[in-house]
Design a protein around this ligand. Sequence first.
Ligand code: ADP
Length: 286
Amino acid sequence: MADDARGFWKTPAALAVRANPDQPVAELECNGTPGFVGDKADGLRLFEERGAVLSSLQEKLYANGRSGDRRSVLLVLQGMDTAGKGGMVRHVIGHVDPQGVDHAAFGVPTAEEKRHHFLWRINRALPRGGQLGVFDRSHYEDVLVVRVHDLVPEEIWTGRYDEINQFEKELVLAGTTLVKVAMFVSLDEQKSRLRERLERRDKYWKYNPSDVDERQLWPAYQEAYQAMLDKTSTDYAPWYVVPCDRKWYSRIAVTELLIDALEKLDLDWPTATFDIDAEKRRLAES
Ligand code: ADP
């Protein structure tokens, strides 16, 4: 971690927001800034600096992918409406070269998707070697919205936690680092973000009347999120629980999580596959 970043993170983000079974989501302070000791101005400045670091690491991942490295990183974003998934993609992933990003968003399954196993559409969207994958919603919808709305019988969704763990274990063994981020916004902050969508012409498109119905189901969602964290936060694919009432915080936290994941790959620039001196000579003579 750069000196400047280290100064503001009292505890590294990957430790500060790692899911902890002793800290239930119902008690999470959504306007908190775990691990970070600076204020918003510090956070915004750091965001730009660290975005440049993220960009350089992602370029190395991409360069290695072009040279045959099959490894990849997959950011999984889950969160209630208005938690800021879209902004996370736009601002955090916005720091890196779009060529190196495999982005997928998962909505209500299509007729074709419904005919398949719930992991079918996920498998088709996995990042290729050298890519930074981003899932805006994911296979976890199948134990969240599906559980809350009884979209399949209980005996089916209860089996999915183990299926997901097995699926993710195989992914990790095949070279994908998973960065799973559960984004939490408070009920009050969600209300004010929804209100803004109703007050601004440029935000109407983001408003969905069903978001208000989902608010009524907040306790059921909290329970589903808690079960998800309890059952699928593993050593090989842990969950990170990120408070999102302060967007500037959630964005620097996720930037740090991605930097951490990429640094652990210990990437270097690929070596030349040609004779550099000979090529210099050929170029000079051309
Ligand atoms: P967003 O709300 O993220 O902007 P959409 O408008 O496409 O995106 O809405 C996504 C909706 O699809 C959410 O309500 C989500 O719960 C729902 N969804 C995603 N996956 C599933 C699933 N497997 N089964 C049922 N609903 C799902």
